[in-house]
Design a protein around this ligand. Structure first.
Ligand code: ADP
Ligand code: MG
Length: 566
């Protein structure tokens, strides 16, 4: 079966599906739609997030509803307010040609009175969170004694969130003759128990591997000290200038804390958590959807309903206690055929938990190094250049300013001018990362050679007799070293530029080579002096010049601007 028509859906629904751009049913839709249309068997649907479960149950449900009867015929329970709204919206869009269908969302954290009033007017389908639904049942406003279809969506998540008792209470008051559909990405024991207790010989439909992580998600992890979590997060954001993702935190407070810091540090980020008012939440979600926000900092509960297919990353600010939660989180990216990356910021004793997750997902986690200042600066720089290259120039708007601007900059040659533009943005990052420490630490098992290399104790501290007075800055220094060593990937640690001299750290394996490379070199007609700080070796520059085009002293207006020699 590869077209919707063959599932048995009526013409109104087929039209809606076409309008939504659904070309063919997803595997779970293909399997469950005919069963719901043609039988009253209970069903357990096991499928990862993003597999189209909502249309899977929503479409046949609409077809089954008796529009002339205004009493509640179906109850859909799901874990969060966002999900309630989303399911309601989805069902309304499926019913856009059906006419007369009334769907109502009821959830906590919102005034109950309008929900009561709407319920009194009658609704065919009620979509609710367990807490508010139970409240409305107890107030006798929501009557579910005659429902024909009960749907438990994201059952595992509802139980994770502690809705067990509410669910039991609701399920107790449903009629015996009804069709129950339970959907879950995973099948932990407590979900299995609900199924055993409240379902009648359910048909189990599984799509894809149980517990499998989304195919096109890569799993990366970083190992840092707990105190460096935030710094690590920032570097991850900095090295991914186009990041669009969710950062998962454990608690509301942590969410607020991380978001506040990010906002203060100038990132496009905001928090989504339970303490926000409805309109605040909607506002945050609106900005996230239209990509004004690049990073949404959220608790699992708050992020539950978010259905955005283009997320590039999800970030576990800490590993969740429950592996199932990890699965849910990482399932937020890599959707709709796109690739995604699930990042975990871990500490050194979590190696075992990574192994557990690898086993559950059936995929290797990749150990990544927190990027250093230089790597980040380089990435940002090229991102900026890319932007400059591709920006749309609106001649008509800037035309009138240009003559004055040309005039003001006329004393700068083309290359100098480019350097100035680049430095405007770049100096901020350079300054910030000037003394940035290496944040990586060694995980429990298996010492990573590369990491040791970047480890602080493996640096040699070097003195050089050029300081800011002669135009030295971190960027120039890195260029100078790269050029001298004729190698770009040698780790450089802390850089400390003083007025008359500078210090910098270099990977210990290369310190001798560095001394040799600077041997006999000249910088602006003066010998370069390079020595190991507190060490014996010294190299005083002599007469031999090494060509180093373009680097160095472009701030100085002295004669040396034309070309620096060192
Ligand atoms: P799940 O509940 O399984 O996580 P959803 O029902 O939220 O998944 O669907 C995920 C996305 O896939 C939604 O954006 C939905 O509009 C889209 N979708 C659902 N069914 C189809 C289909 N048959 N063809 C294309 N896209 C679909
Ligand atoms: Mg769903």
């Amino acid at each position: 079966m590869n077209i919707f028509k063959e599932t048995g859906l009526n013409n109104e629904l087929l039209r809606a599906v076409t309008r939504l751009g659904f070309e063919k049913p997803t595997p779970i839709q293909e399997k469950i739609i005919p069963v719901i249309l043609n039988s009253s068997r209970d069903i357990i649907g096991l499928a990862q997030t993003g597999t189209g479960k909502t249309a899977g149950f929503g479409l046949p449900l609409i077809q089954n509803i008796n529009i002339d009867d205004r009493s509640v015929q179906s109850l859909i329970l799901c874990p969060t307010r966002e999900l309630c709204m989303q399911i309601t919206e989805d069902i309304n869009s499926f019913a856009s040609f059906t006419g007369g269908l009334s769907v109502l969302a009821v959830y906590g954290g919102a005034n109950i009175t309008p929900q009561i009033q709407s319920l009194k007017k009658g609704a065919h389908i009620v979509v609710g969170t367990p807490g508010r639904t139970l409240d409305l049942i107890r107030r006798n406003v929501l009557k579910i004694n005659y429902i024909s279809w009960l749907i438990l969506d994201e059952a595992d998540e509802m139980l994770n969130m502690g809705f067990q008792e509410d669910l039991n209470a609701i399920l107790e008051s449903t009629p015996a003759e009804k069709q129950t559909l339970l959907f879950s990405a995973t099948m932990p024991d407590d979900v299995r128990r609900i199924a055993e207790k409240y379902m009648n010989k359910p048909l189990e439909i599984t799509v894809g591997k149980k517990n499998a992580g989304a195919e096109n998600v890569e799993h990366h992890y970083y190992v840092v000290k707990a105190a460096d979590r935030y710094a690590a997060l920032k570097r991850i954001a900095d090295i991914n200038p186009k990041i669009y993702g969710i950062v998962f935190c454990r608690t509301r407070n942590e969410t607020k804390d991380v978001a506040d810091k990010l906002i203060q540090d100038g990132y496009n980020a905001d928090a989504l958590h339970g303490e926000l008012s409805q309109s605040q939440r909607d506002h945050v979600m609106h900005r996230f959807r239209n990509k004004t926000l690049q990073l949404l900092i959220a608790t699992d509960v708050a992020a539950r309903g978010i259905d955005i297919n283009e997320l590039t990353h999800i970030i576990n600010y800490n590993l969740p206690d429950d592996p199932e939660v990890y699965l849910h989180r990482s399932g937020r990216t890599g959707r709709a055929g796109k690739s995604g990356i699930s990042i975990s910021i871990t500490h050194s004793r979590e190696g075992r938990r990574i192994k557990e997750l690898e086993k559950m997902i059936g995929k290797k986690f990749i150990h990544k190094m927190i990027p250093g200042g230089r790597e980040i600066c380089e990435k940002r720089l090229f991102n900026l250049i890319d932007k400059v290259e591709n920006v749309e120039v609106d001649e008509s708007k800037i035309e009138s300013f240009m003559p004055d601007i040309y005039k003001k900059l006329e004393w700068l040659e083309r290359e100098e001018l480019i350097k100035h533009f680049v430095s405007v943005e770049f100096n901020r990052f350079l300054e910030y990362y000037k003394n940035a420490p290496d944040l990586n630490i060694t995980p429990d098992k298996g010492i990573d050679k590369k990491k040791k290399l970047n480890g602080k104790k493996n640096y040699t501290n070097i003195y050089i007799n050029i300081g800011s007075k002669r135009g030295m800055n971190p960027s120039n220094l890195i260029s100078l070293v790269n050029e001298a060593m004729r190698k770009r990937d040698i780790a450089i640690g802390k850089i400390d530029v003083q007025r008359n001299f500078s210090f910098f750290e270099i990977d210990r394996d290369y310190d001798q080579k560095l001394l040799n490379a600077f041997d006999s070199s000249i910088y602006e007609d003066q010998p370069v002096v390079v020595e190991i700080k507190n060490g014996k070796q010294k190299n005083y520059g002599g007469s031999q010049n090494i060509a180093a085009p373009g680097y160095g002293n472009y701030h100085s207006k002295s004669k040396s601007r034309k070309r620096t020699k060192w």
